[in-house]
Design a protein around this ligand. Structure first.
Ligand SMILES: [Zn+2]
Length: 508
C-alpha cells in the first residue's frame, strides 16, 4: 500500500517531537509493508488553522495528484487537538476516499459527524483526469473558492475565505425568517428598510434571495451556508447551426460538491427545512419553460423525467458498500448492484435479498445497543457543551476588552480573536444540533427502541411504503456487503442520530 506520513510539532504531551514521530511512523510502515511516497511536516508549534498549514496543504495536493489513499501519523492530535477540526479534516479526507491510521488506535474514526448522512452520500469525489477540476477541489479543501464574492464571507490574504460575522448574521436572520414562513417580499422590505447592505449593493430583491431553481442560485440555496461548496453547475457549448455559444445547466448529479464544514453559517436543520420549503413552492411551469432559451428546455424536461422516475424509495442504495474493498456498490441494472472496483468479484448483488437481510438484522437491534450508542453521543455532547460554555465566557470577556481598548493594533488582534471564537461557537452549535439529542430523555429509551423495531416490522410487510423506507434508510449509515456462494455477509453501521431524528419526534 502506498502511504503518506504526516507529522507536526504539538503542545499536546501525548505527541512526540517531530523527529521521533517520523522514526516511529517509518518503523510502523516497515512493519506493515507500506511504501512511503512522501513525508509531510508542519514544524511550527503555533496551532495554525488546520487547512492553512503548509505541510498539510502540500499533503492534500499530493493526495489529489498521486493517488495516495492512506495517511499514517502518530496520534490523531497531530492533526488537531480540537475534536471539531479533527472531524472537519476527517470529513474532507473521507470525501477524497483517504483513510487515516494512527499508531495508537490503528484506525481512526471521528466522534461526531459534521456533515449529515444525506450530504455524505452526495459528497463522493468522482475521479477523472481533469487537471483544472482537481486544482479547484484542492484549493476548495483549503478554503480558497473560485468565483466572485459570496455573501457572508470575506476573502482574506492568500485567498482563503472566512465568514464575515455581520453578513453571516444577516444570512441566519433571512433563513430563520423564511423558515418561519415570512414572505420573501416582506423579508426584502425589512432588509431594505434597515439599510442592510445587499450582495450586489443594489438592495434586496426576490431574485437575490430566491434565485433560480434549475441553477440553484439565490441566497437561500447557497450550499456553502451548509458547509458544502458546489461547482461545475454549468456547461458551455456551441450551437453547431448558429455558432453561438450558450450555457446549459448540467444534470444535478454531475455537479461537484466539496465539504468545507468550517464555512457553514446556518444550522443544518434550518438549512434543510428551508430547502424543503423552497422546493415545494409552486410555480407556473409553462411560463417558466417559455422564458428559457430553446437549448435549455430539453434539459429541463429531461431533468423532470428522471426526478419522476426516482420516486420509489428503498432502504438501501447509496449506503451500500463492498465489504472487500470498501468501494461503493453501483447499480448495474434495476435492483442489481456490483462493486465499483472492476477487478472485484463482489458482483450481481440483488437489492431485494439485501433488504430482507438488513431488516432481519435491524429487528434484532437491542435496547442495549441503542443505549450504548446514545451514551456515546451524550458524552460527545457533554464535551461540546463544555467547550460552548468556555467560548461564551471568552466572547463576553473579549467583547469588554474590545470596548476598553484604544490602540489600533491591539484592537485588531482582539477583534480577530473574537471573530475566531464566534465562528467556532457556530461550529459547536451545529455539531451539537447534529447529534439530534434535543428531545431525548432516558425514560424514552425503551419507547424509542420499541418504535424503531415496530416500524422495521411493519415495513417488512409493507415494502412499498415510501415513508417508512425513508425513515429506516435515515438510520442506515452504511451497509457493507460481501456476496458468498449462497448468502450475503452484511455489516451494518447504524446511525444513532438518525434513529433519534426519525423516531423520537412524533411523525404524522
Ligand atoms: Zn469490491
Amino acid at each position: 500500500m502506498l502511504i503518506a506520513l504526516y507529522a507536526r510539532n504539538s503542545i499536546d504531551e501525548s505527541v512526540s517531537p517531530i523527529e521521533v514521530q517520523l522514526t516511529k511512523c517509518e518503523a510502523w510502515a516497515h512493519k506493515h509493508g507500506y511504501k512511503i511516497i512522501g513525508k509531510f511536516l508542519d514544524e511550527t508549534i503555533i496551532d495554525q488553522p488546520v487547512f492553512e498549514r503548509p505541510g498539510l496543504s502540500r499533503l492534500i495536493d499530493a493526495v489529489i495528484d498521486n493517488n495516495v489513499f492512506h495517511i499514517v501519523m502518530e496520534h490523531a492530535s497531530v492533526i488537531s487537538e480540537n475534536q471539531l477540526f479533527l472531524d472537519a479534516f476527517y470529513t474532507k479526507m473521507d470525501y477524497l476516499d483517504i483513510t487515516l491510521e494512527t499508531l495508537k488506535t490503528h484506525s481512526f474514526t471521528p466522534l461526531t459527524s459534521i456533515i449529515g448522512a444525506d450530504n455524505k452520500r452526495k459528497l463522493k469525489l468522482r475521479r477523472y483526469a481533469d487537471r483544472k477540476r482537481a486544482s479547484i477541489i484542492s484549493d476548495a479543501m483549503k478554503g480558497k473558492l473560485p468565483g466572485g464574492q459570496i455573501f457572508g464571507y470575506d476573502v482574506g490574504q492568500s485567498g482563503i475565505r472566512k465568514p464575515n460575522l455581520i453578513e453571516a448574521e444577516t444570512v441566519r436572520w433571512i433563513f430563520n425568517e423564511y423558515r418561519e414562513k415570512q414572505s420573501i417580499k416582506r423579508i426584502c422590505n425589512d432588509l431594505n428598510n434597515h439599510n442592510i447592505p445587499a450582495p450586489k449593493g443594489e438592495g434586496w430583491s426576490i431574485s437575490t434571495i430566491l434565485g433560480a431553481k434549475t441553477r440553484q442560485t439565490g441566497l437561500l440555496r447557497q450550499s456553502l451556508y451548509n458547509g458544502i461548496f458546489t461547482f461545475n453547475k454549468m456547461a458551455y457549448k456551441t450551437n453547431p447551426k448558429t455558432g453561438k455559444r450558450f450555457s446549459v445547466v448540467r444534470p444535478e448529479k454531475e455537479w461537484d460538491h466539496v465539504p468545507i464544514p468550517e464555512l457553514a453559517l446556518v444550522d443544518r436543520e434550518i438549512f434543510e427545512d428551508v430547502q424543503n420549503i423552497i422546493n415545494n413552492v409552486k410555480y407556473s411551469r409553462t411560463r417558466y419553460l417559455k422564458s428559457l432559451p430553446e437549448e435549455r428546455v430539453m434539459l429541463v424536461k429531461e431533468g423532470a423525467k428522471t426526478a419522476r422516475g426516482k420516486r420509489k424509495k428503498y432502504i438501501v442504495g447509496s449506503n451500500l458498500f463492498c465489504g472487500k474493498c470498501h468501494e461503493p456498490l453501483k447499480t448495474t441494472r434495476a435492483g442489481k448492484y456490483s462493486c465499483e472496483n472492476k477487478s472485484c468479484k463482489n458482483v450481481q448483488i440483488f437489492r431485494d435479498q439485501i433488504v430482507v437481510q438488513v431488516l432481519k438484522q435491524l429487528s434484532i437491534f437491542t435496547v442495549e445497543d441503542l443505549q450504548a450508542g446514545i451514551e456515546e453521543l451524550l458524552s460527545t455532547e457533554k464535551s461540546l457543551s463544555k467547550e460552548r460554555k468556555l467560548l461564551k465566557a471568552n466572547l463576553s470577556e473579549n467583547m469588554s476588552d474590545i470596548r476598553n481598548t484604544e490602540a489600533h493594533t491591539e484592537h485588531r488582534a482582539l477583534q480577530k480573536e473574537y471573530n475566531l471564537s464566534k465562528v467556532r461557537l457556530t461550529e459547536v452549535d451545529i455539531a451539537i444540533n447534529n447529534l439530534a439529542l434535543h428531545d431525548y430523555e432516558h425514560k424514552k429509551l425503551h419507547k424509542l427502541h420499541h418504535k424503531f423495531i415496530e416500524i422495521v416490522q411493519i415495513y417488512m410487510t409493507e415494502p412499498d411504503n415510501i415513508e417508512l423506507a425513508d425513515r429506516i434508510s435515515a438510520c442506515l449509515e452504511r451497509v457493507e456487503v460481501i456476496k458468498n456462494i449462497n448468502k450475503y455477509d452484511l455489516q451494518l453501521t447504524i446511525s444513532i442520530s438518525g434513529i433519534l431524528n426519525r423516531f423520537l419526534a412524533p411523525e404524522n
